[in-house]
Design a binder for this molecule. Structure first.
Ligand code: MG
Length: 349
C-alpha cells in the first residue's frame, strides 16, 4: 500500500512530466510556428521604410518611422474598391476580372470570398446607415446590400438608357449617392461585358429614396475615382481619359458642381481612386508608369504633391480603416497592401 506521501510525490512527478509537457507544448509549438513563418527568402524591411517618400515637409508629420508597407495578401487579377467596416473589423474589396468581392479580417488575417459572383463589382462605399453600396460593371448598375443580405438595385438606367458601367461612388451627408460612369466595364470583356455606349460618360447624383437622379457633369472623358473634401465644399474627380488630371469642383448647395479646375496633372501616369484625410489632403491611387511612380500620391489641399507611398504594383484605389482610421489600405493590381500613417481618413469611408 502506497503512502499518501508517496502518491503525492508520484502524482507530482507525473504531473511535472505529463502536465509539464502539456504546458510546454503550446509554447514550443508556437515558437516553431513563428520559426516556420519566418521566411529567410523574404527581404527584411529596415525602419524607416524608404517606400514612404517625403517630397514636401508638410508630409513628414504623417510618416511613422517604425511603420512599413505591408503586403497583406496577393492572388487577385485587378484589385479595386476597398471599403472599411469598422463595426465588423474587416475590409471588402473587388477582384473585378475574377468576379468576386474579397474580405480581409483584421483580427484573424485570412482572406475569404465575401461574394461571388459579384457582377464584376468595382467601387464600394457605405451609405449613412452603414449599408454597402456597390458599383457593378457586369450588370451596369449601382446596388445597396441590405441588413438581411438582400440586394436592392438603386439605378441601372438614365432616361431609359442603360448606364455604361458605374465605377466608383461616394455618399454625401444628405444621403445622395454620387457616382461615376466611365464605362470601362463595357470597353472590354475582361472586367464586364463588351458593349456599345448608350450614354455619355458622366457623373451622377442619385437620391436612393426617391430614385431621382441628375447629371452633375459630363465634361470628363473617363470620370473615375471621386471624393468629397472633408467639409463637402469640394468634389475631386480623377479623369483617366485624356488629359489624365485630377479635377476639382465647387459643390454648390450640395446639389451641383461649378468652377471646374485642374487640381493635379498626373502625366505621365493616372490617378484612380481618391480619399481625403481630416486635414483635407488628397490621397490618390496612382500608376501605369512603373517604379518611382506607382503607388499612392498625396496632395496638399493647394494641389502640391507632398508625398508618395511607393508600391511594386499599380494602385487602383485606397481607403482608410482601423478604429482610429489611421491605417491606409491600398488595392494594387494583384495585391492588398496597408500601412499605418499619422493621418486620419475623413469620415465616412
Ligand atoms: Mg476606379
Amino acid at each position: 500500500m502506497k503512502s499518501e506521501k508517496q502518491l503525492s510525490r508520484r502524482s507530482f512527478l507525473n504531473g511535472l512530466t505529463i502536465g509539464g509537457a502539456l504546458t510546454c507544448f503550446p509554447i514550443l509549438s508556437s515558437l516553431q510556428s513563428m520559426a516556420d513563418e519566418y521566411d529567410s527568402s523574404k527581404p527584411v524591411k529596415r525602419y524607416p521604410d524608404p517606400a514612404v517618400e517625403v517630397i514636401d515637409q508638410r508630409f513628414s508629420k504623417y510618416k511613422i518611422g517604425n511603420a512599413v508597407v505591408e503586403r497583406l495578401w496577393t492572388g487577385a487579377r485587378w484589385s479595386e474598391g476597398p471599403v472599411w467596416f469598422g463595426d465588423g473589423g474587416f475590409l471588402l474589396w473587388s477582384d473585378i476580372p475574377n468576379n468576386r468581392i474579397l474580405k480581409w479580417q483584421e483580427a484573424t488575417g485570412p482572406v475569404s470570398v465575401y461574394r461571388k459572383p459579384s457582377n464584376n463589382s468595382n467601387g464600394h462605399t457605405r451609405d449613412r446607415q452603414g449599408r454597402l453600396i456597390s458599383c457593378e460593371h457586369g450588370t451596369r448598375r449601382v446596388t445597396r446590400t441590405e441588413y438581411d443580405g438582400s440586394i436592392t438595385v438603386l439605378i441601372d438606367n438614365y432616361e431609359e438608357k442603360r448606364l455604361n458601367a458605374p465605377n466608383d461612388a461616394v455618399v454625401h451627408p444628405d444621403g445622395h449617392i454620387w457616382f461615376t460612369d466611365p464605362g470601362y466595364g463595357i470597353l472590354f470583356n475582361y472586367e464586364g461585358h463588351k458593349s456599345d455606349f448608350e450614354l455619355p460618360t458622366s457623373v451622377y447624383r442619385l437620391n436612393p429614396d426617391r430614385g431621382t437622379v441628375s447629371v452633375v457633369t459630363e465634361d470628363l472623358e473617363r470620370p473615375n475615382g471621386l471624393c468629397f473634401s472633408p467639409d463637402y465644399e469640394k468634389l475631386y474627380i480623377a479623369d483617366t481619359g485624356s488629359p489624365k488630371n485630377i479635377m476639382v469642383f465647387d459643390v454648390v448647395n450640395g446639389e451641383r458642381l461649378d468652377n471646374k479646375k485642374v487640381f493635379a496633372d498626373m502625366a505621365p501616369g493616372t490617378a484612380d481612386g481618391l480619399r481625403c484625410d481630416t486635414d483635407g489632403n488628397l490621397w490618390a491611387g496612382a500608376g501605369w508608369v512603373g517604379e518611382g511612380f506607382d503607388g499612392v500620391h498625396v496632395f496638399d489641399p493647394d494641389g502640391t504633391l507632398i508625398g508618395k507611398i511607393h508600391l511594386p504594383e499599380i494602385c487602383a484605389n485606397l481607403c482608410f480603416g482601423g478604429t482610429k482610421r489611421n491605417r491606409l489600405f491600398m488595392t494594387a493590381s494583384q495585391s492588398l497592401y496597408s500601412i499605418f500613417v499619422e493621418a486620419q481618413g475623413a469620415p465616412l469611408f
